[in-house]
Write a protein that binds this ligand. Structure first.
Ligand code: HAM
Length: 435
């Protein structure tokens, strides 16, 4: 019997397995670390919410007419359950729920939060499109200022800059205020209804519920009709306030030199957006998939039963960042480190090896052999594990407190006192420089 992982999921492998970039746990962690640093430095606070959420949260938050809720939800079955639990498909609704539920309104506003973790969507699996994927999610709650949108976009841009992605590009637009969208929906219905038999079955249904979704459709029939009818854009339907908001956001981006392209066709796949909406694309991962997306969602809190609360934020897909880094070949090979491998030559030195290893671990990465072995065997094992240093204690060193040390990179060897060893490896007290 061989049991394999579910379709659309990934295993991330340790450095020693020398995985390709897409399966590298080290590269994955580096992305989270770099993003976290950018966001922490901007004053964002880390938060974590459960992977299990209520179905209601997704239905009210992400939206009844979204593909995510209609077709892609993972429902959780359990003893005594009533279909009320799901695996969260995204993070924004959860962060807003947690804000409301835990009274975070008491904290200074605007409140910047960030989180990361796995999300679940039962999608058709393809390159960059998984069923369990990971997002880095940034949300600002309690500000309706365009500066909050602009700062959010700038921070998303900063994350991809820090990661060294040179081929990412931002597309910024607006989905307007609810009234603007209503006028635009009416326009689309009027335009498309006479030709509705040419629409795909999905889009014919969308015509009533949410004709904006038709613009996003990948069905060839829909695309053909759209290119024939060439509908006006939602941007042409923006009211004065939404237009001013967008101008202010792009004004900030211009003044900071953040490059972006104004994209009138941005609609986004989630129902909660209002006004600013944007996506971050990358040539290397295909035009249909984005590295990340975000926008303003001032009405979301009320959809979840809360009081009015402004919000704006974004999410980046970690696996797609890995894909983009791979395409640009800018993934550094994870260094196997400068770890020390300690071994005893005979059983009599094993206690000294264990004691030294336990002490050194406060300063740097130290592994030890579980059994005494000849020096050549220890060296082979140290190399296989990617260690930089080999420290051996044998009958000659026993009782003298000395260690025979070898730099596996240069081949240089010397004897040193156990107490001086850390300093000789360049391990300063309190600082792990080894990995
Ligand atoms: P989203 O556009 O649905 O937005 O997802 C954001 C990012 O998550 C995508 O751009 C992509 O990188 C990644 N992603 C989404 N689905 C998949 C998948 N099936 N496989 C791999 N990666 C995927 C949101 O989720 C919003 N919550 C973003 C947001 C935050 N808006 C405001 N605040």
């Amino acid at each position: 019997m061989s049991i394999s992982r579910p379709k659309g999921t990934m295993d991330l492998l340790p450095p020693l397995a020398r995985p390709g970039p897409l399966q590298s746990q080290a590269a994955f962690s580096r992305i989270l670390h770099s993003a976290g640093q950018v966001l922490n430095r901007a004053g964002a606070q880390a938060i974590a919410t459960p992977i299990l959420e209520s179905r209601q949260l997704a239905e009210h938050g992400v939206g009844q007419s979204s593909d995510i809720v209609l077709k892609e939800m993972f429902e959780v079955r359990y003893q005594g359950g009533h279909g009320d639990l799901i695996l969260r498909p995204e993070g924004t609704a959860s962060v807003v729920r947690a804000y409301l539920e835990n009274g975070l309104k008491q904290l200074p506003a605007p409140l910047k939060l960030w989180t990361s973790g796995p999300m679940f969507r039962a999608e058709n699996v393809q390159k960059g499109r998984l069923r369990q994927f990971h997002q880095i999610d940034y949300e600002v709650l309690g500000s309706d200022q365009p500066l909050a949108d602009a700062e959010a976009i700038d921070l998303m841009w900063s994350v991809v800059q820090v990661l060294g992605l040179g081929q990412a590009h931002l597309k910024v637009g607006s989905v307007g205020d609810p009234a603007d969208r209503e006028r635009y929906r009416a326009y689309l219905r009027e335009l498309l209804s006479p030709a509705q038999e040419r629409l795909s079955p999905d889009s014919r249904r969308r015509l009533e519920v949410n004709p904006l979704r038709i613009l996003d459709s990948k069905a060839p029939a829909d695309q053909e009709l759209l290119s024939e009818l060439a509908p006006q854009n939602l941007l042409d339907f923006l009211g004065e306030e939404a237009r001013e908001h967008l101008d202010a956001v792009t004004g900030y981006l211009d003044s900071w030199g953040v490059p972006y392209q104004l994209d009138p066709s941005i609609v986004r796949g989630l129902d909660y957006y209002q006004r600013t909406a944007w996506e971050l694309h990358h040539g290397g991962i295909g035009a249909k998939s984005a590295l990340g997306g975000g926008g303003r969602y001032d009405g979301l809190s009320e959809l979840l039963g809360g009081k009015a609360l402004s919000g704006v934020g974004w999410a980046l897909g970690v696996e797609r960042l890995l894909l983009a880094l791979q395409e640009e070949q800018s993934l550094q090979e994870p260094e196997l480190g400068s770890a020390l491998y300690l071994g005893a030559l005979t059983e009599a030195e094993q206690p000294a090896v264990l004691a030294l290893a336990r002490e050194l671990r406060a300063l740097g990465t130290t592994e030890f052999a579980y059994r005494p072995r000849p020096a050549a065997t220890h060296q082979r094992e140290a190399l296989r594990r990617g260690a930089r240093w080999l420290g051996l204690i044998g009958p000659e060193e026993r009782g003298s407190g000395r260690v025979s040390l070898k730099d596996l990179a240069s081949g240089e060897r010397w004897e040193t006192g156990a107490a001086q060893l850390a300093a000789q490896l360049g391990w300063a007290a309190g600082r792990d420089t080894s990995r």
